[in-house]
Design a protein around this ligand. Structure first.
Ligand code: HAM
Length: 418
C-alpha cells in the first residue's frame, strides 16, 4: 500500500534531526518565556474559515475537511494560530498576568500540489504571544527566530518585513486598490476578479505571472499607513537594526491570511528553489476579538520543519544529533541467562544504548550486526572467559579486543569505554 501523496514516513536518521530541532525550539522559546501547548489536530471548520479568512487560498482550496457523525464539518488543522487562540479563549488564559506566550510543534495539513518543500502533511513549530501592542514584541518574535535559524548553522537567509496596516488605514487603502483593480481588470485572472469585489487585499496572493505584473503598479499599503501603524513599523525596524538583524522591506508582502495587522514578516532561504519560505508570521490584533474574546493584541510566527531540513542539507550543515553510546552484548557458547538479563540492565543504567543478539547467530554474525547497528563496542560473553569471571571487550572500529574482569566492567563500564 503506497503512502498518501504529499505525506511521508520520517525515520532515522532524519527523525534525529527533527528531534534536535525540536529540542532547540524547546530551549530557545523557553528562554524567551514561551510555554508549550498542544492543541488538537482537528477543529471545527468554522474556526479556520473565520480566522484565516473565507477568501484565502487555504480556506478556499487547501483544507482537508470531513463531516463527523452528526454532520458537523471538521478540518485537519492547516496551521496552528487559530487553534492556539481558540485554546487561549477556552482556557481563560487572558486571566494570566502579563503577555501570554505559547509555542507548539506538530503536523499541519494542506491539500496543496505536492512538490519539493511542499507537502500535504508537514510539520511546523510556531509561537503565539497575546497581550501586548508593543513593537518590541513584534521585533522579539523576529529576532528569537533569527537566533534559532542562524544558531542551527543556516547562512543563506533573508528576512523580509512589511506592514499591512489596521482597521483605521486599511479601508481607505482598499478603496484605492479597488479603483486600481477595476481599471486593470482586463489583465486579471478570474480568481482575482472575484477577489477584487469580495476581499481585494487577497489578490496579492495570486501566483499568476500576468496578475503579478499588473500589481507592480498597484498602490501599496505601506504608503497608506496611518500614523500609529507607520510609527509602529518604524520602531520594529529600528529595534531590528539595534539588534543587527539584516532585513529588507518587501512592500507587497501581505501573507495569505486575513488575520494579520501591522507587522508581517518572512524568512526565506537563498539555498532553496520556489518553496523557499522557511518561516512566516506577523501581528494579529483582532483575532482574539473575532473569535469572541475581549480584544487582545497578538504576534506570532511559524516555521516549516521540512523546508528547514532541506535548507540545512543544501548548505551542507551537519546537525549533531545527540546519540547515546551504543554497545552490543554478544555471546559465544552457552551463557547463563541470569547474566544475559542482568548485564544489559547495568549497562543501560549507566546510559549505554544496549543491543543483544536474540537469535542463534554465530559470533561472526553477531559482530557484523553490532557493526551495522553502529556500536562502537561489543562485549563478548564467552563460555571460556566467564569461567574466569571475565568478558571480552572488542573495539569494533579498530578490530582490537581485550579481556576485562566481569565485575569491574559491569560496575565501571562508563569509565572503561570512555
Ligand atoms: P505560513 O507562512 O502559512 O504561516 O506557514 C509557515 C511555514 O510553514 C512556511 O514558511 C513554510 O516553511 C511551512 N509550510 C507552509 N505550508 C507548507 C507545505 N505545504 N509544505 C511544507 N511546509 C509548509 C502560518 O502557518 C501562520 N500560522 C504563521 C503565524 C503564526 N502567524 C502568526 N502566528
Amino acid at each position: 500500500m503506497p503512502v498518501i501523496k504529499g505525506t511521508k514516513d520520517i525515520f532515522s536518521p532524519e527523525i534525529g534531526v527533527f528531534d534536535h530541532l525540536y529540542s532547540l525550539v524547546d530551549k530557545i522559546y523557553s528562554l524567551y518565556g514561551y510555554e508549550k501547548i498542544e492543541t488538537p489536530v482537528i477543529e471545527y471548520t468554522d474556526l479556520f474559515s473565520r480566522s484565516i479568512g473565507g477568501f484565502t487560498d487555504i480556506v478556499q482550496k487547501e483544507m482537508f475537511t470531513l463531516q463527523d457523525r452528526k454532520g458537523r464539518n471538521i478540518t485537519l488543522r492547516p496551521e496552528g494560530t487559530a487553534g492556539v487562540i481558540r485554546a487561549y479563549l477556552d482556557n481563560n488564559f487572558s486571566q494570566d498576568p502579563g503577555v501570554k506566550k505559547l509555542y507548539y510543534y506538530g503536523s499541519m495539513f494542506r491539500a496543496e500540489n505536492p512538490q519539493k518543500g511542499r507537502l500535504r502533511q508537514f510539520h511546523q513549530f510556531g509561537s503565539e504571544a497575546v497581550g501586548s501592542l508593543s513593537p518590541l514584541l513584534d521585533a522579539e518574535v523576529i529576532f528569537m527566530n533569527w537566533e534559532l535559524l542562524t544558531g542551527l548553522g543556516l547562512k543563506n537567509l533573508a528576512l523580509e518585513v512589511n506592514s499591512v496596516g489596521c482597521r483605521l488605514c486599511r479601508p481607505s487603502y482598499t478603496e484605492k486598490l479597488v479603483q486600481f483593480l477595476n481599471k486593470n481588470s482586463g489583465a486579471l485572472c478570474e480568481n482575482c476578479r472575484t477577489r477584487k469585489d469580495s476581499n481585494p487585499l487577497r489578490v496579492f496572493d495570486c501566483k499568476n505571472p500576468e496578475c503579478q505584473k499588473a500589481f507592480e503598479r498597484a498602490p501599496l499599503l505601506t504608503d497608506h499607513l496611518c500614523k500609529e501603524c507607520s510609527g509602529h513599523f518604524q520602531e520594529v525596524k529600528q529595534i531590528l537594526e539595534q539588534k543587527n538583524i539584516p532585513y529588507t522591506v518587501h512592500k507587497q508582502l501581505v501573507r495569505g491570511f486575513d488575520y494579520y495587522t501591522k507587522t508581517v514578516f518572512e524568512v526565506k532561504s537563498g539555498s532553496l528553489g520556489s518553496q523557499n519560505a522557511l518561516l512566516g508570521g506577523g501581528r494579529y490584533d483582532y483575532l482574539v476579538e473575532l473569535l469572541g474574546g475581549a480584544g487582545a493584541p497578538a504576534v506570532g510566527s511559524a516555521a516549516g520543519m521540512e523546508r528547514i531540513i532541506l535548507a540545512l542539507e543544501e548548505e551542507g550543515v551537519k546537525v549533531e544529533t545527540a546519540g547515546l553510546k551504543r554497545v552490543f552484548v554478544a555471546t559465544a557458547g552457552t551463557v547463563d541467562r541470569t547474566l544475559l538479563l542482568s548485564l544489559p540492565d547495568r549497562l543501560r543504567r549507566q546510559g549505554f544504548q544496549t543491543f543483544l543478539s536474540y537469535g542463534e547467530k554465530g559470533l561472526k554474525a553477531q559482530l557484523k550486526e553490532a557493526d551495522r547497528l553502529g556500536c562502537g563496542f561489543c562485549l563478548i560473553l564467552g563460555e571460556e572467559e566467564l569461567k574466569r569471571n571475565a568478558v571480552i571487550l572488542r573495539f569494533l572500529a579498530r578490530g582490537e579486543q581485550k579481556e576485562v574482569p566481569l565485575e569491574e566492567f559491569s560496575s565501571r563500564a562508563g569509565s572503561i569505554l570512555s
